[in-house]
Design a binder for this molecule. Structure first.
Ligand SMILES: C[S@@+](CC[C@H](N)C(=O)[O-])C[C@H]1O[C@@H](n2cnc3c(N)ncnc32)[C@H](O)[C@@H]1O
Length: 314
């Protein structure tokens, strides 16, 4: 178990909530292949920035990894599947937790992400992580291969979430579990909204399908839990996780990181004149001032951890 136990834990992890059937709704639709290719191309374009900012990303989202590890009860000797591992988290952290008697199978459909994560594992000399380039909805593993499947901030981008969860359930053992961490509502995640609220006043934002891939696709409580239920998961549990997105960076560094890492921000900024960008940046700096104190960035944040078992024996 990681020695870093987040201070938010007691406050954040309230009573277990087993969702009643009545809240289970899913109108999820599968993305058409052309849309899926475009989405993966966007992630490929983002991969170099996720690599560039890997140290800060690891710090900012460490509480999510801790929450996931705790929820999935990951320990030494386990065989863990990571779905949508991006530049390497939570695989790299879990590699240390499962130790030499365990293993991690990192997966991501985007070549640039796989290369970035694999290179980092090599630099760290980790030998218990294996890498496969694949999508959540078509996992190239035989049934019952892993003890646990986890996914940090990726489920909201699955082309077909029900199939993705069903695949995760298929490849875990009968007493195994799946755990997904996703963002809570945009309104309680100023790390995102301080920029998008301002920029969206300058850029026409087309009406978005709430079921389309997006960081906040599963922000509504019960939505991802409903997908787990539809995919056949048992004992579905949803927890709210309140934490601080913290790192020793300035506003200037935050602005650069956010506007480089996000494909949607890169696209929006590309359509703006330099003077408009300066105006937006100043407005964001004013709105974000209270989150930058004494050389440290600290945004309040909210995520949901949604878990389920393959059988009711979890
Ligand atoms: C926000 S990043 C999260 C990466 C990493 N898990 C982390 O927390 O730092 C989302 C990841 O989901 C991946 N992704 C996109 N579509 C996917 C799919 N259909 N199946 C699995 N992963 C997918 C992207 O390539 C990207 O690496």
């Amino acid at each position: 178990m990681s020695p870093r136990r987040p201070a938010f834990e007691r406050r954040a992890f309230g009573a277990k909530q087993i969702l009643p059937q009545s809240r289970i709704t899913s109108v999820e639709v599968e993305m058409i292949p052309e849309e899926q290719n475009k989405a993966l191309e966007a992630w490929q374009a983002s991969a170099r920035y996720w690599d560039k900012y890997r140290v800060v990303i690891a710090q900012m989202f460490a509480p999510l990894t801790s929450g996931l590890v705790e929820e999935a009860r990951i320990g030494p000797g386990q065989e863990v599947l990571d779905i949508g591992g991006g530049s390497g988290e939570p695989s790299l952290t879990i590699s240390g937790i499962v130790g030499p008697t365990g293993s991690v199978m990192y997966t991501d459909p985007v070549a640039g992400m796989v290369e970035s994560a694999q290179a980092e594992a090599g630099r760290r000399g980790l030998t218990n992580i294996h890498f496969r380039q694949c999508s959540a909805d078509d996992l190239p593993f035989v049934d019952r291969t892993f003890d646990v499947a986890v996914s940090r901030l990726s489920a909201m981008f699955f082309a077909d979430p029900v199939t993705g969860v069903r695949e995760a359930l298929r490849v875990i053992r009968d007493d195994g579990s799946v755990s997904f961490v996703v963002w809570g509502a945009k309104e309680v995640n100023p790390f995102f909204s301080t920029i998008t609220d301002v920029i969206d006043r300058f850029v026409e934002v087309p009406q978005q399908d709430p079921d389309a891939p997006d960081p906040f696709r599963f922000a509504v409580p019960g939505k991802l839990a409903g997908i787990l239920e539809n995919a056949g998961a048992k004992i579905v549990i949803e927890r709210r996780l309140n934490f601080q997105i913290k790192a020793a960076i300035s506003f200037e560094q935050f602005w650069q990181l956010r506007t480089e890492m996000s494909d949607s921000l890169r696209t929006k900024m590309a359509g703006l004149a330099p003077a408009q960008i300066l105006t937006i940046k100043q407005a964001v700096a004013d709105a974000a001032r209270r989150y930058f104190v004494g050389g440290t960035m600290s945004f309040p944040a909210e995520a949901l951890i949604v878990s389920g078992g393959k059988s009711a024996r979890r």
